[in-house]
Design a protein around this ligand. Structure first.
Ligand code: BGC
Length: 361
């Protein structure tokens, strides 16, 4: 095991090292699974935002299998329904899961169920969203930095309107602590620089709600009076952009986003969206899987964590990763390079010319 740690430390970054350590534990004959089949529950919040089912779920399942061949993963998606997620969590407690990975629909409302899991000695790993209650570990990105990247990029894209121009803010769901951090980070870049004509919180991060709110903002502010749109993620960007187009706002103002969704990258190439924030899915899932496997085996999470956050009134082992700002200029060096999407996937026949111009060929 010691040689294993040395090898890992020399060759790897913090995250891949954490994953390698969990794998070393297994490879070195750590049989704390005791021949059992550790059961890991995976609770996702909704199918509105593409990442949960298309990126996080398959990557987490794969990474868990790699670290623990005999682990099983039981997955459930709450479809944005708090009561459904409470029920799913309770059912996993009843069935005796060994660890639960939770992306909470609503951090506060899930607190009691998290406490119940802890009382049943089932560790809960808060994945991406910091859940309330006695969680055992946390894996995410620096949320305020996400907001700062979005805010700064928006100012840059607004050019000579960057001082005194008027923007609309499409924030996320305030029951998601990440949304609160994104907004705080964004405001730290935007306040005092631009006029915030309208700002909305978006329940359940729904694209349709952002679409409706943007139509309302256009009616209230006037078609030609929106110089920029802060959209907290790509779904809200999509809803905002379709409302801008339906209301014949031309040219479109710069719009931010987050999640590096395939459809957002296509909008960025075509010029409809200015930027997105890429939060590398692979490292987040690897860290989440390493925590879940360690927790299911009853091992300490400290050797998987690279830091701590203050939660549940104490320090929780955590992995916090840095987000990356993506515009048309660095799609190739980030998402294509990391193998998230191929150029062929991004560049549909209609985008061929724009892709060529963007060096995506
Ligand atoms: C995640 C974002 C996601 C949003 C909506 C946040 O908690 O960090 O990546 O876009 O939820 O699902």
């Amino acid at each position: 095991m010691k040689a294993c740690i040395r090898g890992a430390a020399v060759a790897m970054t913090a995250i891949s090292m954490a994953v390698a350590l969990a794998a070393c534990g297994q490879g070195a004959g750590n049989d704390s699974d005791g021949g059992n089949t550790p059961r890991i529950g995976l609770l996702l919040p909704d199918a509105t935002t593409a990442r949960w089912e298309t990126q996080d779920r398959p990557l987490l399942e794969k990474a868990i299998k790699e670290l623990c061949g005999n682990c099983t993963v039981e997955h459930a998606n709450a479809e944005g329904n708090v009561a459904a997620q409470q029920e799913q969590l309770n059912s996993m407690i009843t069935k005796g899961a060994d660890a639960i990975v939770l992306v909470a629909v609503d951090a506060r409302s899930l607190g009691a169920a998290v406490r119940k899991a802890a009382e049943a000695d089932i560790p809960v790993i808060a994945y991406d969203r910091l859940a309330e209650g006695p969680i055992s570990g946390y894996v995410s990105f620096d949320g305020e930095e996400v907001g700062r990247l979005q805010g700064r990029a928006l100012l840059e894209a607004m050019g000579d309107r960057m001082n005194g121009g008027q923007i609309v803010m499409m924030n996320g769901d305030p029951s998601d602590p990440n949304a609160v951090s994104f907004k705080k980070g964004a405001l730290s870049a935007l306040e005092g620089r631009v006029e915030i004509g309208k700002a909305y919180d978006t329940l359940h991060w729904r694209t349709e709600t952002a679409n409706m709110n943007m139509s309302g903002a256009i009616s209230a502010l006037g078609v030609g009076n929106i110089d920029g749109v802060y959209a907290a993620n790509d779904g809200l960007a999509a809803g905002s952009i379709s409302a801008l187009k339906a209301n014949k706002v031309n040219p479109l103002p710069p719009v931010t986003g987050q999640d590096a969704e395939l459809s957002a990258l296509r909008r960025i190439v075509s010029g409809d969206q200015y930027m997105t924030v890429y939060k590398p899915f692979g490292p987040e899932a690897s860290a989440g899987a390493a925590m879940a496997v360690a927790a299911a085996r009853g091992e300490s999470l400290d050797r998987v964590a690279t830091g701590q956050v203050r939660a549940r009134g104490g320090a929780v082992p955590a992995v916090l990763l840095p987000p990356v700002s993506v515009t048309v200029d660095n799609i190739k060096d980030t998402l294509v390079k990391d193998g998230v999407y191929t150029i062929q996937q991004i560049c549909t026949p209609q985008l061929r010319a724009a892709c060529g111009k963007a060096g995506l060929s």
